[in-house]
Design a protein around this ligand. Structure first.
Ligand code: IPE
Ligand code: IPE
Ligand code: MG
Length: 242
């Protein structure tokens, strides 16, 4: 059996929750004179590679930004291709249950075609007790939509007399987000050269460390992931204290 990968820093210095904005697929393809879809295919392979690597080095929680609420505005054929890739990767998950990774959809499942939405529900149910790592797949995800949805749920509780507005806490809001079963983000990685958050995990990243790199997502690899972890381990997190 292949030797287990060692983390690049002592285990106690690893971030608990790493979030990744998988960006740069289109530019990667363009540079090679290929259609954007080729970049998404390669990006999918990297997703699988980093998922496996993160698990091996002992990351407990990882979230991948796969498709935003704004990405529906792309041309139909690109959206269609991305949905087919999503189908493929959801199917693939059934082939590695022995890795004991729990999957959670972060996003509004109502926006997908029925078979995709059903697959997410099934994968969540079948991997729900897996303890090796938890992976959030942010698909049809937008932080503002997520927070709006939480506000709607809490408002309904207030309307029904179950919650007093004065009793609404940050914890309660957190419990109405898709990430309710995950801790806050410690490290947010964005490859692809852009330095912005693009509506990803705004609430959960309140005190996250940010790591941006120019490498396009399809060229990302475990070494680059290590670099982000090493940089994270050097940072001093103060959380507003001194
Ligand atoms: C990220 O790569 C994949 C998705 C947003 C689905 P892009 O498709 O945004 O690639 P660039 O940013 O155009 O290079
Ligand atoms: C963010 O990338 C969304 C995903 C990676 C899924 P985008 O390419 O959509 O973000 P912008 O448009 O550059 O902000
Ligand atoms: Mg992009």
């Amino acid at each position: 059996m292949a030797r287990k990968a060692e983390p690049p820093v002592p285990a106690e210095m690893l971030p608990r929750h790493v979030a990744i904005i998988m960006d740069g697929n289109g530019r990667w393809a363009k540079k090679r004179g290929l259609p954007r879809s080729a970049g998404h295919v390669q990006g999918g392979l990297i997703f699988r590679k980093i998922l496996r690597y993160a698990r091996e080095i002992g990351i407990e929680y990882i979230s991948f930004y796969a498709f935003s609420t704004e990405n529906w505005n792309r041309p139909d054929d690109e959206v269609h291709g991305l949905m087919n890739l999503m189908r493929k990767y959801l199917k693939d998950i059934y082939g590695f249950f022995d890795e004991r990774v729990r999957f959670i959809l972060l996003g509004d499942r109502g926006g997908f075609e029925q078979d995709i939405s059903d697959m997410f529900t099934d994968v969540e149910a079948k991997t729900g007790s897996f303890e090796k790592m938890t992976a959030g797949i942010a698909a049809n995800y937008g932080s503002r939509r997520e927070i709006t949805h939480a506000v709607q749920e809490i408002a309904a509780l207030v309307r029904d007399g179950k919650v007093d507005p004065a009793d609404i806490t940050e914890e309660m809001i957190g419990q109405h987000l898709y990430t309710r079963e995950m801790p806050d983000v410690d490290l947010l990685i964005r490859p692809g050269g852009e330095q912005r958050i693009s509506n990803f995990l705004l609430w959960q990243s309140a005190y996250a460390e940010f790591y941006f790199c120019d490498t396009l997502w399809p060229d990302f690899n475990p070494k680059e992931f290590d670099k982000a972890i090493i940089e994270y381990a050097k940072r001093t997190r103060r959380f507003g204290a001194v």
